[in-house]
Design a protein around this ligand. Structure first.
Ligand code: SF4
Length: 715
């Protein structure tokens, strides 16, 4: 979208008057609306007016429009109608309301244009993320719920690499999730930051309209977590204003494109902090003279509380702002692993008597004894002990080494286990960083991050080549042992399962029961993840589910599960079979990754993944079936599942497991190929083999699928 400056309105040095700003906003809205109308018309010519338009991975249609109006749009024709209403919205009279409404209208029109782009051009090119799915948002929201990530900043405008370096430092120090849109991304790249969900710097798109992906993400919060019904506009906006910990920072550019965006976010209850000359609206548009103050102001206005990160005793800076820092070869003092030398990291849970708290040893030469530019072997062994820390948490705790080391300025850590790659920069070496400091970092961070469960920590850092070779073998043996144990963890063996009710805000009676053999429906939480999350914060999103007595080992019915589900579903679900689609299946929320569905005509089960847009073999789409079984209901014959459940030995075991699966989407079948018994793989049809029940019957008989014997027995 081209953007037009309004020089007559931009008087240097003095903020625009409210009326002038409103004029700028209105002009921008007209332009944005007319572009949206054009894009819908062009797409209708190309695809037909009844063509469906949708974002992938959401049950909320075009989420911003859905949240504010309650209308779930589908066809291009419906988008055209929506734009007419949007135009009317922008024309409301009272000035402040008009400003907000105009801004909201602009964002809604941008959402229409982006949705049309999605159905014609598809996804954004990498590294841009574009639309963020419900599942990804749910994963992110777990960190927001437990306070690890205290808030979200939407960052746009224009800034140099140097400016971005300082500003992102402020955001990263507070561990705030940053959504980036527009030309500012260039500055972020220049500042040398890694972009992506993992580094919490999410590039939505390089154009300004891509900022609507931030709006349509934030507005899903009241729908997904606040129990607010779509279309209850005032409640949605009030929730956004008071409960959603998000603010926007706009640097520098005030134009006919950014002015409506400012008005739109302010209208949504997301305060805009900017160094551009805009009129101030208390707590919603705030002008700062120094852009470096914008993060502090944003946090203050939204009441975002954050913990400063603990700093280990090392001679260089430390904090989340250094996560994702890349050290190029020319800036590298020394490197370890990365397929050039042997290197590994290992975390072991020991008995308290076997760990000497605070003992940090370096076995082999330190940095000053290694030649600049060289590659050396490395081993890191962390031994932990504590009353509540058990061996099955080793893998989850070991994965934190990556984050803890990456926060050290001048130290780059990639990978895990015996595939790590660590680089130390020349600058860090010059500042006095030693290899031994790896031990200081890990000692401090394990104690400060897990004070509830970790009592003793000792660290061995090994650079002696003979010792590394010796210990890497031991590490590999332990990885294998651990993997085998995790794979073999069964529901019968563990003392308890875990549960989650985060989805109750939109699925009021849904209760996820998470076992070692049944991942959560959203796929974001395994049994180990839930266990550690519960141990760290027993009043957090995950709770313990005591198993009680096993009533049916095949269907997976337990007295403790029934009792907990009855309680947590507010009395609506009395019994649950963990491994059957019939009788009393697990409830389904709305953010499941796939749906298993019974096909009575062939007495078999189909599985469709979210993202498969066409009709399945029973003539229904994923979203139609999601409508049947979502919302926390227990619906016989339809079951929302996490994709990893297909890899479980207990996958619908009471119904025959894969012996009963007759149809899958080809993409899903490929993804879980290794878990489908070899002799069955070719007997399961996909959309390429059968698109109707008739086709399916023919396919199954020709392939001699096991369900055919059931037909013959019945006949
Ligand atoms: S209730 Fe289940 S599906 Fe929903 S967020 Fe929790 S684990 Fe995921």
């Amino acid at each position: 979208m081209k953007f037009i400056f309004a020089p007559a309105l931009l008087r240097l040095g003095s903020p625009l008057l409210f009326k002038e700003f409103l004029v700028l906003v209105r002009r921008g809205v007209e332009e944005i609306l007319s572009k949206a109308v054009d894009s819908v018309s062009k797409a209708a010519e190309q695809l037909g007016k009844d063509a469906e338009v949708a974002f992938p991975g959401t049950v909320y249609g075009l989420p911003l429009i859905y949240a504010l109006t309650g209308r779930k749009l589908g066809s291009l024709e419906s988008l055209r109608g929506e734009l007419v209403s949007t135009k009317l919205l922008a024309m409301k009279k009272d000035e402040l309301t008009s400003l907000y409404n105009s801004g909201l209208a602009a964002l809604m029109a941008m959402e229409v244009s982006e949705a049309v782009n999605f159905s014609t051009v598809k996804a954004y090119p990498k590294p841009y993320v574009g639309f963020i799915s419900d599942t990804t948002f749910r994963e992110l929201s777990l960190s927001l719920a437990d306070g690890t990530v205290p808030g979200i900043a939407v960052l746009t405008g224009r800034a140099s690499g140097e400016e971005m370096h300082s500003l992102l430092g402020e955001l990263k120090d507070r561990n705030i999730l940053v959504l980036l849109a527009g030309p500012i991304i260039k500055g972020v790249k220049e500042a040398g930051y890694e972009l992506g969900l993992e580094s919490k710097l999410v590039p939505l798109g390089e154009s300004y309209p891509s900022i609507v992906y931030a709006a349509n993400l934030l507005v899903r919060t009241p729908l997904m977590f606040g129990g607010v019904e779509a279309g209850r506009r005032e409640e949605i906006l009030s929730y956004m204003k008071h409960r959603v910990p998000a603010f926007m920072i706009l640097l520098r550019e005030l134009s006919e494109v950014t002015a409506p965006i400012i008005a739109g976010f302010a209208g949504l209850g997301v305060p805009v902090i900017t160094d551009a000359d805009i009129p101030e609206i208390p707590r919603l548009t705030i002008k700062v003279d120094d852009y470096m103050k914008s993060v502090e102001v944003g946090c203050e206005v939204k009441g975002i509380k954050y913990k400063r990160v603990v700093k280990p005793p090392i001679p260089v800076d430390y904090g989340p702002s250094f996560e994702g820092e890349r050290i190029r070869k020319e800036n590298m003092y020394v490197e370890f692993g990365g397929a050039k030398t042997e290197a590994f990291e290992l975390l072991r849970i020991r008995k308290p008597g076997e760990v000497s708290d605070g003992h940090i040893e370096l076995v082999g030469p330190d940095l000053e004894e290694l030649a600049e530019g060289s590659a050396a072997p490395l081993g890191i062994i962390v031994d932990l002990a504590g009353e509540g820390v058990e061996r099955d948490l080793e893998a989850v705790l070991e994965r934190r080494i990556h984050q803890f080391l990456n926060r050290c300025k001048g130290l780059m850590h990639i990978g895990s286990r015996d595939e790590i790659w660590i680089r130390i920069s020349k600058e860090a070496a010059k500042a006095g960083l030693k290899i031994r400091n790896i031990g200081d970092i890990l000692y401090t961070m394990y104690h400060s991050t897990f004070p509830r469960i970790v009592e003793k920590v000792q660290v061995s850092v090994i650079t002696d080549p003979i010792q590394v070779s010796k210990m890497i073998g031991e590490a590999r043996r332990l990885y294998m042992e651990r993997d085998k144990k995790v794979k073999e963890l069964t529901e019968e063996e563990v003392d308890a399962f875990y549960g989650c009710t985060l989805c109750q805000s939109f699925a009021p009676t849904h209760v996820c029961v998470i076992t070692p053999e049944r991942v959560s429906l959203c796929g974001a939480t395994s049994w180990l993840d839930a266990k550690i999350s519960y141990k760290l914060d027993p009043s957090g999103p995950n709770f313990i589910v005591l198993k009680g007595r096993c009533l049916d080992p095949v269907k997976g019915e337990w007295t403790g599960v029934n009792e907990t589900v009855l309680d947590k579903s507010h009395g609506s679900t009395k019994r649950v079979y963990l491994h059957s689609i019939f009788g009393f299946p697990h409830t389904s929320c709305g953010c499941f990754e796939a749906i298993a569905f019974y096909i009575p005509e062939v007495d078999g089960i189909g599985v469709v993944h979210r993202g498969f847009k066409e009709a399945t073999v029973n003539g229904m789409t994923f979203s139609t079936m999601a409508g049947f079984c979502g919302g926390g209901k227990q619906v016989e014959g339809f079951l929302g599942i996490g994709v990893n459940y297909l890899r479980s030995k207990k996958f619908l075991v009471a119904d025959g497991g894969f012996n009963r699966v007759v149809w899958m989407t080809s993409e899903l079948k490929e993804r879980v190929k290794e878990s489908i018994p070899r002799d069955l793989y070719d007997k399961i049809a996909t959309e390429k083999d059968a698109s109707s029940i008739r086709d399916l019957q023919v396919f199954l008989r020709e392939a001699a699928h096991p369900v055919v014997q059931r037909w013959d027995k019945k006949a």
